[in-house]
Design a protein around this ligand. Structure first.
Ligand code: ADP
Ligand code: ADP
Length: 209
């Protein structure tokens, strides 16, 4: 089972402190939200988890394989859905798209379509499918809901929750949309200007605002 443990993380960009003593955990098979407005430091957290950025201080530990669904439904529009998926497994030489089709059956139906011709929700599903091709233990999902209809988001989340329940996938959902994130996750952290300003069970955080 995958887990994430961030302890007293500090990240500086030159003289600017982007993250100041941030601590958060995602336990095995947990689905946790990281909520914050633009500029709060959410991407910096993800980039530190994925190893793109080094902590200035503090520690970051990811147990298991981490995959990241980037913001903005990033697909290769001129490639088919199937080729988009295969790119996701390349780094680990995983070519079989069958397991991802089993999780997201719609992607099997769409496999010959060029990704650029799909709806926004379908493109986001391709982006999630591509991340799942590496068979991750931890999935960090950046702004899943951005620009998507609530029903489309609910459908995507249903699939994530299924994976979370059946295979112990740990999920960190990074969202500007606090309402949605609190609805979807049992536990949440609120990040503002590089600091965690609130954390706890979603129902408690929702009652606060
Ligand atoms: P979020 O993802 O929540 O919008 P970011 O992690 O992108 O926030 O940014 C956090 C802060 O760090 C912001 O003030 C942003 O301007 C700053 N920042 C992000 N990336 C860089 C960088 N490469 N160089 C300098 N400052 C940066
Ligand atoms: P949404 O309302 O979710 O944005 P769209 O209106 O973009 O969805 O698309 C509705 C349906 O039409 C989807 O199944 C999508 O795959 C299909 N579609 C959209 N654009 C094209 C296109 N250029 N060529 C083929 N099919 C398309």
């Amino acid at each position: 089972d995958g887990t994430v443990e961030v302890r007293d993380l500090v990240v500086r960009y030159g003289p600017a402190t982007a993250l100041d003593q941030v601590s958060l955990t995602v336990g095995p098979a947990e689905m946790v939200a990281l909520i914050g407005p633009n500029g709060a430091g959410k991407s910096t957290v993800v980039n530190t988890l994925s190893g793109v950025l080094k902590p200035s201080a503090g520690t970051v530990a990811v147990r298991g394989r981490l995959a990241h669904v980037p913001e903005g439904r990033q697909v290769f529009g001129d490639l088919t859905v199937e080729d988009n998926l295969r790119l996701g497994g390349r780094r680990y030489k995983l070519r079989d798209t069958g397991p991802v089709h089993a999780i997201l059956p719609r992607l099997a139906e769409l496999r010959h379509r060029r990704a650029g011709t799909l709806s926004g929700g379908e493109q986001q599903m391709v982006a999630v499918g591509r991340a799942l091709m590496s068979r991750p233990d931890v999935l960090a999902v950046d702004e899943l809901s951005l620009g998507l209809a609530p029903l489309v988001v609910a459908d995507l989340v249903r699939h994530l929750r299924e994976l979370n329940e059946t295979r112990g996938l740990a999920v960190l959902l990074i969202e500007q949309n606090a309402r949605l994130a609190l609805d979807l996750c049992s536990r949440a952290y609120v990040l503002e200007a590089g600091r965690i300003v609130a954390e706890g069970p979603s129902e408690e955080l929702a009652a606060d605002d």
